[in-house]
Design a protein around this ligand. Structure first.
Ligand code: DGJ
Length: 726
């Protein structure tokens, strides 16, 4: 029987995605009105009654002809501009008369099997039997600008992917000032908002606060999504917990400037908007031209934040990251950066590769400093030719020497940047993003290349591809260490300068796409001064991302906890490093236990490790290899929060619930701490599990808990236990 996820009746649409439903309708005047988003409902026409009842207060004195005053309190599916809605519009077009009234009406709709790709932008994918897509076309009667809203409902996930195409069907140019990926309206008086802000070394801090009216904006105008705010948001009931209550999540599949706005009117109409940041966006649409917005992914959970996270994990793992890496185990890697910084030689690297192999590591990554005359961070970005003196031969020869030790080989690049002191900048100073009559701001002594120019992307592609080819690279670490300032392009006319931030991101994705296409087996790990640009746009090309430069196990508990709300463990680069801060010591077992919750590796010099620690590396690699499938493909359960608990714990549970890994970190030693019963999650109560020594009924593990106590005295002591279903 053909799958039917999308229902239509008299221009009322209901999308059933997994356990959720989402509904909207065309009003008699042709506008799009939102009706519902939440748990699964079977009703159709009755959905329309919800809006009729709630959006127009039934004041007998109100004349429906006097229509403006209630528009801002209605629920909109496409929120019009400048007709009295005031809260963020879905799109804003400046027309030939210079005003911004944007009030499109329904033209047509159609259903498509599966999910079409987005032109020039990364997006989720689905087979025809996994999803269904609805396209609704609206047209503004004055400008003849059309808005094609696209919704894909996934069959087995309570998730919908959304985007919009704007097409200028008129005969005059139109200036697009705002084009959102998602507008979602709620009637709700007591919602919390959760968001993830941060800083270098302190990425994705979890924040939850009550919405109290007015507007809250989560944003980036930095040119990249960045450390300061992740392009993701959760709205939930005030009573929602990890395991109970309603939660609505939304995530932008985009790596540049973005705005997430949550706007609440005094009558409790709450609007969630996600999209390109309107403050740094403008796009000139000539007649016949079209514009594709980035995609937004939205998901609903009726049982708490944990289920919401697992829905996003499945969505990203099964429908977004490159198919090539969906099921393939990721290599255990060692990166030389923290061990050597710029001070390495062929001999040191080969020695490291040998010890790595002896202990079970799969891949050696040579980080920054192998190209041009780069011996510090002050020069040579853009000069992507090997420093043959430093590596005692060609890059191909170094790669062979590393591989001869039995490990794979990867290299670091920062493709989007140029140092002032570089041959590239001396030759093409106009290739840096810049504005006339203003000096260029430095950050890390580098500038951002103007990726809106195809010739710049071509140049970088040729250079990077040549090295990948010569060294037959297995892996590439793609770093991006600065944000944009003085945002201008020497190649764009004044009326198109506002297009630069988005054109830059299109150029970035083009480079990613070309390299991924030319080298389908290359594993590209994202990085951005640690975990700055950790977003779904990059994950569509890079299945894993360096989560943070901060590898202190205590700080990582927080960073990985915050990251886990949207992103799966399999996307989080996590390595064992030396103790980062002299003020805090975490035993190597705990550093490894924390790193096991991501794509595992090492960020230290194995040849300098105390022998008693080096002895543990082999065992850690074996342990990870044995259990990595739970981390990569299993369900992740946050059992406690580092923000609230001294015992931080999580589970990686097999999809079929046949086994799981329990990790517990006892953060601060406490003289009064004798142990506790930790309630587990996700199990079938009728099952029984063995922890290797004893059997435990799952009902007891779920209700009374599993007894855990710190195996040693001290801070940051950990425990990892593998459970097998009896
Ligand atoms: C920043 C990254 O986060 C580090 O891991 C390292 O690659 C340096 N850049 C190299 O410059």
């Amino acid at each position: 029987m053909a799958m039917k996820l999308i229902h239509e009746n008299n221009l009322l649409f209901r999308l059933d995605a997994g356990e959720s439903s989402y509904a909207f309708q065309v009003t008699p005047d042709g506008r799009l009105q939102h009706l519902y988003w939440g748990g699964r409902v079977d009703a159709m026409e009755e959905l329309a009654r919800l809006n009729g009842k709630n959006s127009y207060p039934s004041e007998p004195s109100l004349d429906p002809q006097d229509n403006q005053c209630w528009r801002e309190h209605q629920l909109w599916e496409f929120a019009p501009e400048d007709i009295g809605v005031y809260a963020p519009a879905t799109a804003t077009v400046r027309n030939a008369w210079g005003n911004v009234v944007t009030d499109p009406r329904y033209v047509s709709h159609r259903l498509l099997p599966g999910k079409p790709a987005l032109a020039g932008l990364p997006a989720a994918y689905a087979e025809p039997q996994e999803a269904q897509t609805l396209e609704v076309t609206l047209e503004d009667p004055n400008t003849h600008v059309q808005f094609v809203l696209r919704y894909t409902a996934f069959q087995n996930l309570s998730a919908i992917a959304r985007s919009m195409v704007v097409v200028n069907r008129g005969d005059a140019p139109a200036e697009l000032l705002r084009a959102d990926s998602l507008t979602a309206d709620f009637w709700h008086e007591s919602l919390d908002v959760c968001f993830f802000d941060g800083f270098w070394g302190k990425e994705r801090c979890f924040h939850r606060e009550a919405l109290q009216g007015g507007r809250k904006t989560l944003e980036s105008t930095r040119g990249l999504s960045g450390h300061a705010m992740n392009p993701s948001v959760i709205l939930c009931d005030r009573t929602t917990t990890e395991e109970t209550g309603r939660a609505y999540g939304a995530l932008l599949v985009y790596s540049g400037n973005f705005a997430i706005e949550v706007d609440q009117s005094p009558l409790y109409r709450t609007r969630l908007s996600l999209g390109l940041h309107p403050q740094r966006f403008q796009w000139l649409l000539q007649p016949g031209e079209s514009f594709q917005t980035p995609e937004a992914l939205q998901a609903f959970s009726p049982n708490g934040l944990g289920t919401l996270s697992r829905t996003f994990h499945d969505l990203l793992r099964n429908h977004l990251i490159p198919r090539r890496w969906r099921d393939a185990p990721r290599p255990i890697l060692i990166n030389n950066w923290e061990a050597m910084h710029f001070d390495f030689s062929k001999e040191k690297l080969v020695n490291l590769a040998r010890t790595a192999k002896e202990n079970g590591v799969d891949l050696l990554v040579l980080d920054d400093g192998w190209f041009g005359k780069r011996n510090s961070d002050r020069c040579a970005l853009g000069d992507w030719t090997a420093n043959e003196k430093k590596i005692s031969g060609t890059m191909g020869e170094l790669a062979d020497a590393i591989r001869a030790q039995g490990v794979k080989f990867g290299l670091w690049f920062e493709p989007e940047m140029v140092s002032q002191d570089s041959d590239l900048f001396r030759k093409h100073p106009d290739w840096a993003i810049q504005v006339p009559n203003h000096s260029l701001s430095y950050h890390r002594f580098q500038y951002v290349l103007d990726f809106s120019r195809p010739e710049v992307v071509d140049y970088v592609y040729e250079k990077v591809a040549a090295i990948i080819q010569e060294a037959k690279l297995d892996y590439m670490k793609w770093d991006a260490n600065r944000e944009m300032t003085e945002v201008g392009s020497t190649a764009l006319p004044p009326e198109r300068q506002g297009e630069l931030p988005h054109r830059y991101v299109l150029g970035l994705y083009d480079l990613y796409q070309r390299l991924s296409h030319s080298f389908p087996n290359l594993l590209i790990e994202g990085c951005s001064a640690g975990g700055g640009r950790f977003d779904a746009g990059i994950l569509a090309f890079s299945p894993q991302f360096w989560t943070s430069d901060n590898s202190d196990a205590f700080n990582r508990l927080f960073i990985q906890y915050g990251t886990s709300f949207f992103y799966p463990c399999s996307a989080m680069g996590a390595h064992v490093a030396v103790n980062w801060f002299p003020q805090r010591y975490s035993p190597i077992e705990t550093r490894a236990a924390v790193a096991f919750a991501g794509t595992f590796g090492y960020e230290l010099d194995l040849n300098q490790m105390p022998p008693e620690e080096l002895n543990q590396v082999k065992a850690q690699c074996q342990f990870y290899r044995q259990h990595h499938h739970l981390v990569q493909n299993g369900d992740y359960y946050r059992l406690t929060s580092p923000y609230e608990d001294n015992v931080v714990a999580w589970m990686n549970l097999a999809k079929d619930k046949s086994e799981f890994l329990l990790t517990v970190v006892f953060v601060r030693w406490d003289a009064a701490f004798y142990g506790r019963n930790l309630r587990l999650a996700g199990l079938n109560p009728n099952d029984t599990y063995s922890d290797g020594t004893q059997s435990w009924p799952a009902s007891l593990l779920l209700q009374a808990g599993y007894p855990v106590s710190s195996p040693k005295n001290g801070d940051m002591i950990s425990l990892q236990i593998h459970f097998q279903k009896a």
